[in-house]
Design a protein around this ligand. Structure first.
Ligand SMILES: Cc1ncc(COP(=O)(O)O)c(C=O)c1O
Length: 423
């Protein structure tokens, strides 16, 4: 039967996360695994969707007013000037916008830089386009970006870099200094940046979301992708966008039309209402999530996890198993589901293996002719680096307070889930 499948299809393997999702369903576990909210969307935007269906917006559709509004807010929040008619493509969520962006700029043999750990779908899009993902490991525990590592990753084949900020799974929000370093390298190396900004409105404390496109020289080489999914708790509505230089935006629009024709019509109408939310909406969104984050960080610390890095944004805590726990992340999550009745995601799904990383199999850095793979996090002898990829668990806190309380109750009843200390 496998003979009928293409090499591309065969290259896409189910992750251990999917198996654990099935286990979680069978055990009826509380879902802290997936990054979708389990609380209602704002009533006004639900009403807008209902009204759009009643008004028979049932056919393929392009709601130009979404582009107009996005251009207006991009100017307001990031100081960027884009033409709503030429620079913006509406897509089916960030996922399709990202896939279309990759298809628009990546050819066979092109390399695309990714920061590790990374959201799972980037790699699949890049390889399906014939490109090669090249990973640059962020340094735990605070997921800092090392300039030297990044420089070493560039080669003459580097076509693009992907930047996800606020970051899934760590909750890191890249600082202005880090973005400046990335921007300078992109300009120097004539590299395109593809950003994933789906968590742009979910930041905490002094962390501020800055789009990489707003750095000097970057607007002309950046494809911004984002969506309404997370900001308005509507991950199933599938409305997102890409904002890019004219010829790239036009290519993305063409690819989008060939793939799906249009994002769901009634939800585009409702997206327009959503995007026009008052500033107080975004303020209360941040406050609500801030509370949930603090709750989750406290809970995980109390039951024995090591949370070195307090998330600055997004909706996840990436917590480390203590040394006393002999289980791997996958084993631990299996226990968490069956013993405590809570589902989370083993971190290994976000990290990438040595084989995939190997710069030696790929072309050599042009900025430093001496390739130094050990400095990039895939050296055989580097035990810390080898090990940390199996020591993290991702907990999503974009859940109702009732769900979070129930999860806390279950963890506490298991006396802090003693499996943490079980050998
Ligand atoms: C970093 C990141 N990007 C994109 C998405 C998906 O966005 P969309 O629903 O707009 O396709 C997710 C969903 O979990 C995500 O975590």
């Amino acid at each position: 039967m496998e003979k009928r499948l293409s090499k591309r299809a065969l290259s896409l393997k189910a992750s251990p996360i999917q198996e654990l999702s099935h286990l979680a369903q069978r055990c009826n576990a509380i879902n802290l695994a997936e990054g979708f909210p389990d609380f209602p969307a704002p009533p006004a935007i639900k009403d807008a969707a209902i009204a759009a269906i009643r008004a028979d917006f049932n056919q393929y559709r392009h709601v130009q007013a979404i582009c107009d509004y996005l251009a207006y807010t991009l100017k307001l929040t990031q100081g960027l000037d884009v033409d709503p008619k030429k620079n913006i493509a509406i897509c089916c969520g960030q996922s399709e916008a990202f896939a279309a962006a990759i298809l628009a700029v990546v050819d066979e043999g092109d390399e695309v830089l990714l920061l590790d750990p990374a959201y799972e779908t980037y790699e699949a899009c890049i390889t399906m386009a014939g490109g090669t993902p090249v990973y640059v490991a962020l340094n735990p525990p605070c997921w800092t970006l090392e300039l030297e590592k990044l420089i070493l990753a560039f080669t003459p084949r580097t076509k693009a870099i992907v930047l996800n900020s606020p970051h899934n799974p760590t909750g890191k929000v890249f600082s202005k200094d880090e973005l400046t370093v990335i921007a300078e390298l992109c300009c120097r190396m004539h590299c395109i940046a593809i950003t994933d900004e789906v968590y742009e409105h979910i930041t905490f404390g002094s962390a501020v979301h800055i789009s990489l496109a707003s750095l000097p020289g970057m607007l002309e080489r950046t494809i911004i992708t984002s969506s309404i999914s997370k900001t308005y708790s509507v991950t199933g509505w599938r409305v997102g966008w890409a904002i890019a230089p004219v010829e790239i935006a036009s290519a993305i629009r063409n690819i989008h039309v060939k793939l799906t024709d249009s994002a769901p019509a009634p939800f585009q109408e409702a997206a327009l209402t959503a995007l026009q939310s008052v500033p107080e909406y975004f303020e209360s969104l941040r406050m609500e999530y801030n509370e949930r984050r603090d709750f989750m960080v406290d809970l995980l610390n109390r039951v024995g996890f090591k949370v070195h890095f307090k998330p600055q944004g997004a909706v996840f805590v990436f917590a480390e198993l203590p040394e006393t726990c002999a289980m791997s992340d996958v084993e631990y999550v299996a226990k968490l589901i069956t013993v405590a009745g809570i589902a989370a995601v083993p971190g290994c799904g976000f990290f990438h293996t040595r084989e995939k990383l190997s710069r030696q199999e790929s072309s050599q850095s042009i900025l430093d002719p001496v390739s130094r793979p050990e400095s990039m996090g895939w050296c055989e002898g580097s035990h810390t680096l080898k090990d940390y990829r199996n020591r993290y668990i991702r907990f999503a806190y974009c859940k109702s307070k009732a769900t979070l309380m129930a999860a806390a109750d279950k963890l506490n009843k298991c006396n802090g889930l003693l499996v943490l200390h079980e050998i």
